[in-house]
Write a protein that binds this ligand. Structure first.
Ligand SMILES: [Zn+2]
Length: 246
């Protein structure tokens, strides 16, 4: 079964056609959810990439700008840049260098111009996730992930080395990570409709303001496995991103 619905859009600068893909909605339930709100299905992020760097002319544009971007679900009769040529700016995530390159892309976009709040929130959220990618699934460094047959020894060992290095890189970039979260928090508190579910308490938890994270959840009155987990990790004074379900 095909997992994705394709769509097509045109670069407003050079008119090249690009192919995009959306995960079929019925597959969202089979995905992995992380505490920062990132959802992965077979290692593909399910949030649509909205900021595009054209693979043909290097122009940057927002795919959801209906006045400027020609968008269709019908395959056009033209040469098309495949998804892999442009998604995540052509970066490969198999090592920490790729993860750092993605962080630099978002930082460059944010420095380049002033965005409307909705778009700045989008970019800062994806920058947040990109920093967290450096130590996402940190629990996989434990021997039990090899012993329970989850991975072969070679895969587990290489992954473990990447995660340990990633944790060091995360800590090296901690002040930029914190700075981005403060900016994101200010925007989300000003535009609360743009916040996703438990995003605001989770940001406080990752900023190590554990009491604030707990009180926000307790005062909201919402109770779920997800909110219980945020409270549990806050009690442990654990600020690292964690897997909620998957
Ligand atoms: Zn172009």
């Amino acid at each position: 079964m095909l997992k994705f619905d394709p769509y097509y859009f045109q670069c407003p600068n050079c008119h090249a056609w690009l192919e995009g893909r959306n995960l079929k909605p019925e597959l969202i339930n089979e995905s992995i959810l992380y505490s920062d709100g990132k959802v992965l299905n077979d290692n593909y992020i399910t949030t649509r990439q909205k900021m595009i760097l054209c693979p043909s002319c290097a122009h940057t544009f927002w795919v959801e700008d209906p006045e400027k971007v020609n968008y269709t679900t019908q395959k056009p009769d033209a040469d098309i840049y495949s998804w892999n040529t442009w998604r995540f700016y052509g970066i490969r995530f198999s090592d920490n260098r790729g993860k750092l390159a993605l962080i630099r892309h978002y930082q460059t976009f944010l420095k380049k111009c002033v965005y409307e709040p909705k778009n700045e929130i989008y970019l800062r959220r994806l920058l947040w996730w990109a920093y967290n990618d450096l130590h996402r699934n940190h629990q996989h460094i434990r021997l039990k992930y090899f012993l329970n047959g989850f991975m072969s020894y070679g895969v587990w060992r290489n992954n473990r080395m990447m995660l340990l290095e990633g944790e060091k890189l995360f800590l090296k970039n901690l002040s930029d990570f914190t700075d981005n979260l403060h900016h994101l928090l200010t925007l989300l508190e000003k535009f609360p409709d743009e916040a996703i579910d438990t995003e605001v308490p989770e940001i406080y938890r990752e900023l190590r303001q554990f009491d604030k994270a707990k009180s926000l959840i307790e005062n909201s009155g919402s109770k779920s496995y997800f909110t219980n987990e945020i409270i549990r990790h806050s009690k442990w004074k654990d600020s690292r991103v964690f897997m909620v379900s998957g």
